[in-house]
Design a protein around this ligand. Structure first.
Ligand code: KG4
Ligand code: ZN
Length: 366
């Protein structure tokens, strides 16, 4: 089954063409084309994503990416069985640009159109792994999942613990009460004079402090909600504490490079401590047999290693699924994988696509 998938929920424009098959060994997804354009550099001066600029860029990029995809996978109009597009959550103007483009394609090609939840895309793609039998493989395997499953989804807009007892059924165990973890990384990065997206930049700086002889941070940041008896998190207080701490030290101008790195490390440690503690709690609450990490912040090496250690030491029987680093950020492959899984499993029917799609900025998994 062939699908063309479109992603425009934030600042990445993506079009991917995937072929999915269901076998007795599991589901396989071959990525035939993966065309992606990032607008991150354009949004740098705003320190975050500027919605109307994002919309305009998506509208400009989509035809370019479609042409690229058609160059790799010709006869798209006849070869595709369906079109899939992200309908939420995300920035509504940005989502609409993908939806209207997808609607026009589906109409012209006379193909069914399906809407995909962006967070389910992150979750499902994190459950896929590259086929190790083929070097540099574009073939992905979706292995049978041991339920119950617990997912920690961490991105620029979300920090959620999602429990699942069966495929496509979700329950939110914990959420952020204010800022998402990626947003906190981006804002603190900005305070440190680092460019957007800030997560990878803070992480690189923190790594310098981890590997250098400088051990001590100039400040101790709080670990919000860590003792609270829930799986909810909050990062707004941590962000404010970081701001005041920097001010008290006389601003970043007066901070040495070594102290800046130590500060980044302390921030990354604070975030990781909170997420580890809440993961432990969510694991106990969900009695999960599988733990999966997904979303842009899943690219964070320190978080990945810390979660791997936690699982190894305290939940050794739980299957840990960390996403391939190449697919942690937003992309259209994950949207295609999620749509194909729904279709191959018979949860969606090619003959009965949804009547109409609309952008839902606050779309939730449950
Ligand atoms: O999932 P994603 O690509 O877009 C959204 O759906 O929001 O996540 C983007 C977020 C940004 O906030 C970015 O700073 C963060 O993921 N991020 C990271 C890392 N790579 C990306 N945060 C921490 N460490 C990283 N290595
Ligand atoms: Zn995302």
């Amino acid at each position: 089954m062939n699908i063309l998938a479109i992603e425009t929920s934030c600042d990445e424009t993506g079009i991917a063409v995937l072929c999915g098959e269901k076998t007795s060994y599991g589901h396989f997804f071959t990525v035939i084309a993966d065309a992606l354009l990032s607008q991150a550099a354009l949004h740098t001066e705003y320190g975050g994503v500027y919605p109307t600029l994002a919309k305009r860029e998506h509208q400009k990029n989509l035809p370019i990416l479609l042409e690229q995809a058609a160059g790799i996978a010709p006869s798209l109009d006849t070869a595709m069985d369906a079109v899939a597009v992200t309908t939420g959550p995300g920035l509504e103007p940005a989502l609409w640009s993908g939806i209207t483009f997808a609607q026009a394609l589906a109409h012209t090609w006379q193909k069914p159109l399906f809407g995909v939840n962006h967070m389910e895309g992150h979750l499902i793609s994190s459950l896929c792994r590259r086929d190790s039998h083929i070097e540099l493989s574009q073939r992905w395997v979706f292995e049978d999942t041991a339920f119950p499953l617990l997912a920690l989804l961490v991105s620029g807009g979300h920090t959620q613990f999602v429990a699942s007892d069966s495929r496509f059924s979700y329950r939110i165990l914990g959420d952020t009460l204010d800022d998402a973890v990626g947003e906190a990384f981006d804002k603190v990065a900005r305070m440190l004079g680092l460019s957007y997206p800030g997560g990878p930049n803070i992480s690189r700086l923190a790594e310098i402090a981890r590997t250098s002889s400088l051990q001590k941070s100039p400040v101790k940041l709080p670990r919000p909600m860590i003792t609270r008896n829930t799986c909810d998190v909050s990062f707004s207080g941590l962000k404010t504490a970081a701001l005041y701490a920097l001010r008290n030290m006389g601003g970043i101008e007066s901070l040495s490079e070594a102290n800046k790195a130590a500060f980044a490390r302390e921030f990354e440690d604070a975030v990781t401590d909170v997420l580890l503690t809440k993961t432990r709690r969510a694991m106990q609450e969900s009695s999960a047999h599988t733990f999966v990490l997904g979303g842009g912040v899943a690219g964070n090496t320190h978080l990945r290693m810390s979660l791997a250690r936690l699982m190894h030491e305290e939940f050794p029987r739980v299957r840990l699924q960390l996403p391939d680093p190449s697919i942690t950020g937003d992309n259209a492959v994950m949207i295609g994988q999620a749509a194909l899984l729904h279709l191959l499993d018979g949860d969606w029917n090619l003959a009965h696509p949804p009547i109409d799609l609309s952008a839902q900025g606050g779309l939730s998994l449950a």
